[in-house]
Design a protein around this ligand. Structure first.
Ligand SMILES: Nc1ncnc2c1ncn2[C@@H]1O[C@H](COP(=O)(O)OP(=O)(O)OP(=O)(O)O)[C@@H](O)[C@H]1O
Ligand SMILES: [Mg+2]
Length: 180
């Protein structure tokens, strides 16, 4: 199966998975990350705003803002991804691909992040990720030393061909602790 077919298969699997099951898995994922030192100590966190049946990071956005952390979300402009601060939970507008993004127009410097939570469709045993196939994260993370964490359901783990431009994550958290 090539990368494109696998991407479609993993997207279908996730987006047709019973929501009640996913909610149970997410409880485990969030219990885990919320208790981690790296999360608790991070004051500047890059997150993503969820689409489809992605792990619902709105819980983290809410928790982080409540604890007076700075939260940043990606925005695509002129074919390039950059991060912008989200000052309030509902300070959002709909952007390209119908993904919600911050209203702020002030790009932040990637050096500021203590932690970045990265979206993914699949991951492998070496923490390489498969995204939606546009290469936005691979380009953004290239030559930067950002502490990246992927959040995923256990069934998103699979094998695929890693490419030279793919940037692996530093850590994976799933509902199945054996995978993390
Ligand atoms: N560092 C890079 N420099 C130039 N082009 C890149 C780079 N990284 C990725 N690309 C381009 O992006 C395309 C998509 O990459 P890939 O198939 O790895 O997507 P992905 O990892 O699923 O996407 P994303 O990073 O957005 O989640 C590649 O075919 C490649 O042409
Ligand atoms: Mg890639």
């Amino acid at each position: 199966m090539d990368k494109r077919q696998l991407r479609k298969k993993m997207k279908d699997l996730r987006d047709h998975y019973p929501l009640e099951e996913l909610q149970k898995y997410q409880e485990d994922i969030f219990r885990h990350i919320l208790a981690m030192d790296i999360y608790q100590e991070a004051m500047h966190i890059a997150l993503y705003y969820p689409i489809h049946q992605e792990v619902d990071t709105r819980i983290l956005i809410h928790d982080a803002l409540k604890h007076h952390k700075h939260v940043y979300l990606p925005k695509i402009k002129d074919g390039e991804m950059a991060f912008y601060e989200l000052f309030e939970e509902d300070d959002l507008q709909e952007g390209v691909f119908h993904i919600f993004e911050p209203r702020s127009s002030k790009k932040v410097d990637p050096d500021i992040f203590n932690l970045m939570i990265v979206p993914l469709l699949a991951f492998n045993e070496r923490y390489y990720r498969m995204g939606y196939g546009k290469g936005f994260y691979d380009r953004y993370l290239k030559n930067k030393n950002i502490y990246t964490i992927g959040l995923a359901y256990h069934f998103q783990k699979c094998s695929f061909q890693e490419e030279d431009h793919d940037v692996p994550l530093k850590k994976m958290i799933t509902d199945s602790y054996a995978n993390t």
